[in-house]
Design a protein around this ligand. Sequence first.
Ligand code: NAI
Ligand code: MG
Length: 341
Amino acid sequence: MSASTIPATLIPGDGIGPEIVDSVVAVLDALGAPFLWDRQDAGMAGIAVAGDPLPQATLDSIAKTGLALKGPLTTPSGGGYRSVNVRLREAFKLYANVRPARTLVPGGRFDKIDVVLIRENLEGYYVAHEHFIPVGSDPHAVAVSQGVTTREGCRRIVEYAFDYAVKHGRKKVTLVHKANILKAITGLFLEEGRAVAKEYEGRVAVDERIVDACAMQLVMNPWQFDVIVTTNLFGDILSDEIAGLVGGLGMAPGANIGETAAIFEAVHGSAPDIAGKGIANPLALLLAAGLMLAHVGRDDLAARLTTAIDATLNLDLVRTGDLGGKANTKELTAALIARVK
Ligand code: NAI
Ligand code: MG
């Protein structure tokens, strides 16, 4: 264990971002987390400060620290600027999106959920090679989209999933695909996935599901799943479904992992409907900070954080409105600080 500090970029972000980031930083300080924060802007805040939703200073900071905790960023739908989240993934080649979902508040619709979804983060339909074909007077009469998957990209993400399973003592990896219909773009994922699975034979079991059946089985019997690995679009959809199994977006953290940088965030967005009201749940971002602690080798602090969150929710019964409680962000933060000290 080292007492030295670890430089890390901190992006407060938009909407509820600054509120939940303040809360998380206060809890991490009380915990004695080693991070030395370099605060940077992105999203609407980036436009306000630097005229760019992803300012160069922010990119430079992440390139230097290789580590960031990021609040949610507002992305205009349809027109407007390109998603900063997608740009960050591309800039730092953050190929693996890791979304663990564990039940922290028992008694919900599903109990004792413990599933990790690993999503390919750079390829598939999210490369968004898209265009419209005009017909007559309608410029948007036909829409065309091309997805891309590569053997190398498939291998990298499935290897990451199996390595993750080995490292975290997990028993099974499920490959999720739609190779019966999309024989090239997801068939390649399945082909390479099976090849990688062979290399882990005897250490980690492998299983396969077609994505639509998987979506149903996740609500019929989620306990059969352990680690799920899938392509970008399917992973986006299934990870929100899995977040729903454990009490919704307020409890879902995510890690974006590349070879030279890692960015940790909540799965939820900037929640403009409750921004500024002081009632946002900071736990998804706090859980992301827990993943960040484990990432830098401080499993001891990550474990203490998890214990404190569990005690705050289930012994002190301090919960925000989205979890059926009455606490505001400040009250929950104070309760967490009392528990981590
Ligand atoms: P959202 O996740 O911001 O909100 C969906 C619903 O969940 C809202 O009712 C909101 O109040 C609630 N909610 C979300 N987080 C919460 C929290 N921590 N505590 C309590 N309630 C919470 O999704 P929405 O409304 O679709 O998107 C809003 C903006 O966020 C959009 O501009 C979108 O592009 C962006 N977004 C950004 C993400 C990121 O930066 N990683 C991820 C998802 C969306
Ligand atoms: Mg999503």
